[in-house]
Design a binder for this molecule. Structure first.
Ligand code: 13P
Length: 287
């Protein structure tokens, strides 16, 4: 079922687990995420950044691909197709293309402008039954060439943003995109607790899921995180398995260069990461 993320996150928030947002990059990624979600009877959110959509051929192509795979693989679990870190224009285009969930990320704008634009996006999205995620402050690390410094979300801004009608809220609590540096201080649970309090129990989103230790993941879920985004960890697993295949000389064996063979170990490794995440987040059998 292709659905908005609203109800799946409400249920997760109430029952104390989190839904994974797994970012997709191509056909193989989309297939593997859908297959594992069905296998483990887990709801899932397919994250699509503007850069990834452009790479794949645009928002409409992404939707067509997801719809066709969803039908041909006979997927029965709830699946949301979610724009990750969208600009205002990107959000409008993804909405037009049929995305079922949108993150409008105005966090680089002055707060009042972010608030105003988020309200506009909420109105447009909700008219179509599409869920909305917003962000204040910035999440550190690098994504699509944008480098954020990693901030703690401001509480008054978080409170005001939660009143815009958004369905989920991305809270900066020391999390960053990409691998965590060796001197990383960890997640700030005190701030997470405060954010959940001032935002009145709205489902919270934890970006930068790659490399966060499982105890921190579970604690953050207990404090109101209902959606966790993961991207880099699948890429790392895919790259390592592909490297091994080539270093073992398997591409030089008969037909070993066929992309269907060459990409297989990477796909299997990435699928194992998705299985681990669903188990860690508690979403297995929650579809
Ligand atoms: P990672 O790449 O660190 O897993 O973060 C993904 C993310 O937060 C997408 O918005």
């Amino acid at each position: 079922m292709l659905v908005s993320a609203k109800d799946m996150l409400k249920k997760a928030h109430k029952e104390g687990y989190a839904v994974a947002q797994i970012n997709i990059n191509n056909l193989e990624w989309t297939q593997l995420v859908l297959k594992v979600a069905e296998e483990l009877k887990s709801p899932v959110i397919l994250g699509v950044s503007e850069g990834a959509a452009k790479y794949m051929g645009g928002f409409r192509l992404v939707m067509a691909m997801v719809r066709e795979l969803h039908d041909s693989l006979k997927i029965t679990v709830p699946v949301a197709v979610h724009l990750d870190h969208g600009t205002y224009e990107g959000a409008l285009k993804a909405l037009e293309a049929g995305f079922t969930s949108i993150m409008y990320d105005g966090s680089s704008l002055p707060f009042e402008e972010n608030l105003k634009k988020t309200k506009e996006i909420v109105k447009l999205c909700h008219a179509k039954g599409v869920s909305v995620e917003a962000e204040v402050g910035s999440i550190g690390g690098e994504e699509d060439g944008v480098i954020g410094a990693g901030e703690l979300a401001d509480l008054e801004e978080s409170r005001r943003m939660s009143k815009t009608g958004i369905d989920m809220f991305a809270a900066g609590i020391g999390n960053i995109h990409g691998p965590y540096p060796a001197n990383w201080k960890g997640l700030n649970f005190e701030r997470l607790r405060e954010i959940q309090e001032v935002t009145g129990g709205i489902p919270l989103v934890l970006h930068g899921g790659t490399g966060i230790p499982v105890e921190m993941i579970q604690k953050s879920i207990s404090l109101g995180v209902s959606k966790i985004n993961v991207n880099t960890e699948l890429q790392q697993a895919f790259a390592a398995a592909t490297r091994k295949y080539i270093e073992d000389g398997k591409d030089l064996q008969p037909k070993g260069y066929d992309p269907r063979k060459l990409l297989k170990p990477g796909v299997e490794a990435a699928a194992n990461v998705v299985r681990d995440k669903f188990r860690q987040y508690g979403s297995v059998n929650k579809a």
